[in-house]
Design a protein around this ligand. Sequence first.
Ligand code: S3P
Length: 192
Amino acid sequence: MTYYAVNFCGRSIVLIGMMGAGKSSVGRCLQRRIHVALLDTDKIVASKSEMSISELFAKRGEEEFRKLETEALRSLPTAQQAIVVTGGGIVLRKQNLELLKRLGVVIWLDGDEETLFQRASRSGKRPLLHGTNPRQAFAQMLKARLPLYAKAAYLRIDTSVLTDEEVAVAILSKLKRFARGAEEGPASATAS
Ligand code: S3P
């Protein structure tokens, strides 16, 4: 049996994916349905540093943010079931991959590049998109991260044409099917 088959029942649902994938909103939809704690690494970092993520990037730089992000991930409980929402760059540090997996089932919210970019740039609150060519920066980040998301995740959901509610429903029905043993292993674990 795989790590996941043994562990994901009763463990956390961990959402990863690029900025704009809808991790926070889908996390809230999941919480409304399954009533467990909703934990968010960005919120933990912001509260610990007493700064918004944008301020933290501006005052202390990305490296410091990444350090605090790993600390936040490490601080999450492994014995309590929760929904864990992560920042888009969580997969950049190798050590984070193990920390993610020990929490529960890691789910990659994906989407087509243009849709993700349009959603991500809407809020204006993402420091990595504040440069002179955000579209190009986004494309480069996505290209570098795709294999990392694929490596970290057990399930991939294409969110491009789904509402947040539909994504939440897709996640829960996939997990239910896995729990019943209807599907086995990461190879068959792609939903859209
Ligand atoms: C980042 C994504 C952000 C936040 C930070 C860095 C990234 O979170 O963690 O701005 O590197 O992709 P969201 O994915 O929630 O936007």
